[in-house]
Design a protein around this ligand. Structure first.
Ligand code: MEV
Length: 350
């Protein structure tokens, strides 16, 4: 048994351990979701070697795929100083679609003139999580021109979908009235460009050798030049990202959608990670991706296992969790690249 696994098990009470190993609770599951007939079983393992922003971290990863936990652990083991991670904030974006606007210029002016009043209205929904900005954009679409009103809110430690959807629905009638148009969709965007995580990692050249550094850079260049390879590279990133999100009962589809739309934001599908050589010849990697996740609200609060996992990881805020998830994403990418340019992937899947 690895040291991490032994240490993690020591941190659990008997009741908490039961949450990991018993898969009962069909009655609770039934209250949570519609037409429940069972509960799927996905193993949760613990990744090794992680140091994030100077602190060693326990990383539970839920995955059905052999070698995902090993890829993350190998990647983390190559980064002696650990991962440096930061987030850009907790702002999520909601969109209100406005159709059949008689005068687009006048409608846009009217919305901007009412901006402060609209924000005050939106902020009647939550005492602590506040709308901070509102913008308007025009789209020329297959069914004609339309206005899109975007509302930006600081959702703090929640994922934010409920809050944002409520704000959009609340504002829609006023927006329809002042634009003379009709509102249709009123919904969160999963492309959370104002809620990103940034991670960097350095692999000393004297630990892996110049040849491996150059080969990892060549493998990364392949991904930057070819969407077929970028897709697989990002799949390797998402192995770790989704594994931690699943273990914490976060909405994995939301992050997956945000990740891939962010990867294509330039117009071409690109990797979420980048590897370069620094002036000392060391390998330096970065990851940047949207991370619209929460540590409170939604299903997380009612999910006992997710709460134990968050406690084990010492996570208090959504930003703490985002920095861990981003680091595991970069480690997974690094571990996969290292194995592929040395032994080959089958060496750890046997
Ligand atoms: C397999 O789950 C993930 C990899 O394909 C990632 C990659 O190719 O970078 C090994």
């Amino acid at each position: 048994m690895s040291q991490e696994r032994e240490e993690l098990l020591k941190l659990l009470s008997d009741e908490e351990l039961d949450l990991f190993i018993l898969t009962g609770g069909i009655d609770i599951a039934d209250q949570m979701r519609e037409n429940v007939i069972g509960i799927t079983k996905i193993p949760i393992g613990v990744a090794e070697n992680f140091v994030i922003n100077g602190k060693s971290a326990i990383i539970p990863i839920a995955t059905e795929e052999k070698s995902v936990i090993m890829q993350a652990s190998i990647g983390a083991g190559l980064v002696p100083e650990g991962f440096k991670a930061a987030t850009s904030g907790n702002t999520m974006i909601g969109q209100i679609q406005v159709l059949d606007v008689p005068d687009l210029d006048a409608a846009e002016d009217a919305i901007l003139a009412e901006k402060e009043a609209l924000l005050v209205d939106a902020n009647t929904i939550s005492r602590t999580r506040k709308a901070v900005d509102l913008q308007v954009k025009r789209l020329d679409t297959a069914v004609g021109k339309m206005l899109i009103v975007e509302i930006f809110a600081d959702v703090r430690d929640s994922m934010g979908a409920n809050l944002i959807d409520s704000m959009c629905e609340l504002l829609a009638p006023t927006i329809a009235r002042i634009t003379g148009g009709r509102t249709l969709l009123r919904i969160l965007s999963n492309l959370a460009t104002r809620r990103t995580v940034n991670v960097t990692a350095r692999v000393p050249v004297n630990s892996i050798g110049e040849r491996v550094v150059d080969n990892i850079i060549a493998a990364d260049a392949f991904a930057w030049a070819d969407p077929y390879r970028a897709s697989t590279s990002n799949k390797g990133v998402m192995n770790g990202v989704i594994g931690v999100l699943l273990a914490t009962s976060n909405d994995t589809r939301a992050v997956e959608a945000g990740a891939h739309s962010y990867a294509s934001i330039s117009g071409s599908y690109r990797p979420l990670t980048k590897w370069i050589k620094d002036e000392n010849g060391d390998l330096v990697g970065t990851l940047e991706m949207p991370m619209g996740i929460g540590t409170v609200g939604g299903v997380i609060q009612s999910h006992e296992l997710a709460n134990v996992v968050l406690r084990l990881m010492n996570v208090e805020t959504a930003s703490d969790l985002a920095m861990i998830v981003g680091s595991v994403g970069l480690a997974s990418n690094l571990g996969a690249l290292y194995i592929m340019v040395t032994e080959g992937i089958k060496s750890i899947q046997a």
